[in-house]
Design a protein around this ligand. Structure first.
Ligand SMILES: *[C@@H]1O[C@H](CO)[C@@H](O)[C@H](O)[C@H]1NC(C)=O
Ligand SMILES: *[C@@H]1O[C@H](CO)[C@@H](O)[C@H](O)[C@H]1NC(C)=O
Ligand SMILES: *[C@@H]1O[C@H](CO)[C@@H](O)[C@H](O)[C@H]1NC(C)=O
Ligand SMILES: *[C@@H]1O[C@H](CO)[C@@H](O)[C@H](O)[C@H]1NC(C)=O
Ligand SMILES: *[C@@H]1O[C@H](CO)[C@@H](O)[C@H](O)[C@H]1NC(C)=O
Ligand SMILES: *[C@@H]1O[C@H](CO)[C@@H](O)[C@H](O)[C@H]1NC(C)=O
Length: 570
């Protein structure tokens, strides 16, 4: 696993904001790579036996973090990998998919592989009568035609159809994975089917609507065809695999019962130097806090409001007040562990403190290890972080002796399913049948000293010549890039059907579900689709291409981190 190629990371999307020296950039990138490796280690260690001597990196991590590197993350605009990216994907873990022969359940209707040859039981209905979407024959017909039509995905279960927009329309939902998908996730789609009844009462599907066109079928989670239910397996899957496209329920958790607040135990981190730093840094620190809370069997009191670093914002300024849920899957987090939003927490704290006189243990020094706090009886442990970097980084709590005791629970951190929903919609619009190329230009292409060939190697002419060996002419080609002017790639249009993120603006504009849902999270104020979200979606779509062509290695011999930095893994 460690030898796999470096995970692709999308480069600077706000290149003009990156006023860093080349040196800072390099050390940052090196550190980022290092963190990735550590991350992979951590996940392996968490997934397998932690005692395994092969996965005993503590000493090396400690050495690195206490060396002359100052252990800082310099903000850049790369996209953080999260727990689901590190799941080993074993196709058999998903159970069998439903193929067209499975659909024949022996009900009085025969469905052959040729969906046209559907023989109805009896011609009892009159022409023009509404289609009965709950009829098993209709269900079979719809399943068969879906399987026939969408050949690049595997179906895992179908929901029972429901009435659609009119008498000849039914809506049906299903859960699927792309046939060639590497990512560990299920997706949900629900579409509208137009069903025609011919003179001899034979029903046929004459049209299937766009991705997510069958809204009436969306929320019918429970009403699944018994034949396809695999409750046990499903429970397990839901716990470990994201399902993109289900309704997200990530409301802030509340204290369940009156009086239970005072018997709880809490951990809160306050202050700290990670505010407005890169997302890497934020997660590295946040997962340390989560790990400590887990170790101490305490509820982590968290600040849902994060500060987005200027490298990801269009204003070029750090922006406060970004909800954790814009970027990460809070529903999964709160399903995985005990967390509370600080706003709610302090309301309850003040209320119950007056009644019950709750004890608080302030901890000012990160050198007080989690192990020393294990016996603490206080209701709240409050770790306070000062103003001096890098000693005020949360992750310092997890260094040293704590390193071998506290495990960062990466499996609790998934990307926002609202963002993944956009990714899924784009892939669906491309029928899950596209190749992708990641073209890093921006700042790096302008820096001829560190990347002498990049600009030339990513010119449209060079791209055409490199890609013609790798991508068949006429294929759909998704171009993930930090080049803001996509007309730059116009010459490629003769060869390929090119696509860019901005073509799919309707997925986050005023009329989109993403817009209305994030606005709700933001107390009715519209949320900008910021640079970090753009980079996330761009990267994730790239990763769903059938053939993925990376900038470094595939397009240019320049090294990812500048001259002479190539390693076997990048
Ligand atoms: C570490 O930080 C100190 C003080 O901020 C600085 O003088 C030094 O150059 C830094 N070292 C590195 C490798 O960045
Ligand atoms: C996948 O999982 C199955 C059963 O869980 C196991 O038998 C098989 O060896 C696994 N395959 C790989 C490649 O890990
Ligand atoms: C379809 O299902 C049948 C029975 O489960 C199985 O024998 C067949 O191999 C499957 N076909 C595909 C393409 O998986
Ligand atoms: C019923 O609705 C479908 C999809 O919404 C549409 O394509 C079809 O034309 C409609 N049929 C009639 C008879 O209105
Ligand atoms: C019913 O009619 C359709 C087309 O109108 C035809 O394709 C089909 O073979 C007919 N089925 C039977 C059983 O006659
Ligand atoms: C947390 O709970 C587990 C299981 O109940 C227990 O084994 C462990 O000792 C507890 N840890 C602390 C620090 O209290």
């Amino acid at each position: 696993m460690l030898n796999r190629p470096a995970l692709s990371r999308t480069g600077s999307f706000r290149a003009e904001n990156l006023g860093q020296t080349a040196l800072a950039l390099i050390s940052n990138l090196c550190f980022t790579m290092f963190v990735l490796v550590v991350l992979i280690f951590t996940v392996i260690a968490a997934t397998y036996k932690p005692e395994d001597p092969l996965f005993h990196p503590s000493s090396r991590i400690t050495m690195f973090l206490t060396s002359d590197s100052n252990a800082t993350f310099v903000a850049d605009s790369t996209v953080v990998r999260t727990g689901e990216d590190f799941m080993a994907v074993n196709q058999s873990a998903f159970g069998g998919f439903i193929n067209v022969t499975d659909v024949d359940l022996g009900v009085p209707l025969r469905v052959d592989v040729n969906a046209d040859e559907v023989t109805a039981f009896e011609c009892e209905g009159q022409i023009g009568a509404p289609v009965d979407c709950s009829d098993p024959g209709v269900f079979h017909l719809m399943m068969t035609s879906a399987i026939e039509q969408f050949r690049d995905i595997h179906f895992y279960r179908f929901g029972k159809p429901v009435r659609g927009d009119n008498d000849s329309s039914c809506h049906m939902a299903w859960r699927f994975r792309p046939k060639e998908g590497k990512a560990a996730a299920f997706y949900k789609d629900y579409r509208s089917f137009v069903i025609d009844r011919s003179g001899n009462c034979t029903l046929s599907v004459v049209g299937i609507g766009e991705y997510h066109s069958g809204g009436n079928a969306r929320k019918r989670k429970k009403n699944l065809r018994p034949g396809f239910e695999k409750p046990q397996a499903d429970q397990e899957q839901r716990a470990v695999v994201p399902v993109v496209g289900e309704v997200v329920s990530d409301a802030l958790p509340a204290i369940e019962s009156e009086g239970s607040f005072s018997s709880g135990k809490y951990l809160f981190y306050t202050g700290g130097g990670e505010r407005c730093k890169s997302m890497d840094h934020f997660l590295w620190s946040f997962t340390c806090a989560l790990g400590e809370a887990k170790y101490l069997n305490r509820t982590l009191v968290m600040d849902m409001s994060i500060c987005l670093s200027s490298v990801y914002t269009s204003s070029g300024q750090d922006e406060e007040g970004k909800d954790f849920r814009y970027y990460f899957d809070f529903e999964h987090l709160k399903d995985s562990t005990s967390v509370l939003d600080q706003t709610q927490f302090w309301v309850d704290w003040n209320k119950w403190n007056q009644k019950d006189g709750l004890a608080l243990l302030p901890v000012d020094d990160f050198k007080i290890t989690p192990m020393k706090l294990a016996g603490a009886q206080e209701t709240l442990i409050m770790r306070k972080f000062g103003a001096v970097e890098p000693d005020n980084y949360w992750y310092r709590v997890c260094e040293g002796d704590a390193e071998s005791v506290i495990q960062r629970p990466w499996h609790m951190i998934w990307k926002s399913r609202r963002l993944m929903e956009i990714v899924s919609a784009i892939a669906a619009k491309l029928n899950w049948d596209f190749d992708s190329v990641h073209v890093v230009r921006g700042e790096k292409a302008r820096n001829l000293e560190l990347w002498p060939n990049l600009a030339a190697d990513t010119s449209p002419e060079a791209l055409i010549s490199t890609l013609q060996d790798k991508v068949d002419a006429g294929r759909s080609l998704y171009i993930a890039t930090d080049e803001s002017d996509t007309t730059f790639f116009d010459p490629l249009k003769d060869k390929f059907a090119t696509h860019f993120l901005d073509e799919y603006k309707d997925l986050w504009d005023e009329n989109s579900e993403w817009y209305s849902e994030t606005m709700k999270l933001n107390n009715g104020v519209p949320v900008e689709f910021d640079g970090y979200m753009r980079a996330s979606v761009d990267t994730e779509v790239f990763l769903r291409g059938k053939r993925q062509i990376e900038t470094f290695n595939d397009l240019t011999r320049d090294c990812k981190d500048g001259v002479n930095t190539c390693t076997s893994s990048s």
